[in-house]
Write a protein that binds this ligand. Sequence first.
Ligand SMILES: NC(=O)c1ccc[n+]([C@@H]2O[C@H](COP(=O)([O-])OP(=O)(O)OC[C@H]3O[C@@H](n4cnc5c(N)ncnc54)[C@H](O)[C@@H]3O)[C@@H](O)[C@H]2O)c1
Length: 291
Amino acid sequence: MTSIQTVGVAGAGTMGAGIATVAARAGFKTIVFDTRQDALDRARGQTEAFLTKSEQKGKLPPGAAAATLDRWKSTTELSSLAQCDIVIEAVFEDLAVKHRLFQELGRVCPDTTIFASNTSTISITEIAGGSGRPDRFVGMHFCLPAQLMKLTEMSPGLETSTETFQRAWAFAESMGQKPVATQDTPGFILNYFLIPFNNDAIRLVEQGVAEPGDIDVAIKTALGYPMGPLELLDLVGMDTQKLLCEAMYGLTHESRAACPPLVRRMIAANRLGKKTGKGFHIYGDTKMFGA
Ligand SMILES: NC(=O)c1ccc[n+]([C@@H]2O[C@H](COP(=O)([O-])OP(=O)(O)OC[C@H]3O[C@@H](n4cnc5c(N)ncnc54)[C@H](O)[C@@H]3O)[C@@H](O)[C@H]2O)c1
């Protein structure tokens, strides 16, 4: 059983929008906080389109889209998160930004509120260390696209209490997610494989070995993946991939984790992926994946 009723999501970008969709769709009152109103509007608009399409396809019962949106509140006021039983952070992959946010949250949220981070590469223990409540802090790593992917990697920091971990685990299950336990290590389970793997695909493009479309078809056809690595990277965003590589390489010095030069050139050209309409592939719209 989970004692959680109201969920806060801090950061309404690619991941925050998906995580908020999962929470609100599962019946939780969900308060989505971002410093930027345009990010909040975009997240809600994308979610509305995604849920409406899900309902039309029969994947959600009639009325579920409207009910989910009724449970979703957008805000630029951090103090609105005061009523949350858990706050899941999905802001920029930057330790100082995350520390600042959690310090502010610590001032507005009750002592019982669990803080969770969706970080892909930063140590949970390090983020928790600057949160003021390391015992009530946990890693909850959702996968992209969160509104479709069931996996949530759960990692305790060194000081996380058993009770916090168990409450967060039960909460993940109550949202219909499939939690797995992993230590607080760079990339957890999934990105330990995925970051070097995706970089290998980028280097094949850099070296002119194959076109992005052919690489994606090869991987999907042979390995049965639902998305090719370059399609996935377009969804992740080159800006995020660069941060992921820098964090992973900085911690492991694994050469395959180093950011390929092509990623930096694509960022300079604003070819960030689906969110700018152009990455390794060209997109006609910037709707949420699955809509
Ligand atoms: N993109 C992925 O594939 C992926 C997958 C799993 C986990 N993650 C992790 O999720 C987190 C977010 O990644 P993303 O890709 O959604 O980033 P993003 O750039 O799409 O969104 C980040 C959002 O955070 C907001 N923000 C920044 N500082 C803030 C603050 N102090 N308070 C409130 N909002 C703030 C920004 O306005 C933006 O809307 C990162 O820690 C990343 O490592 C990303």
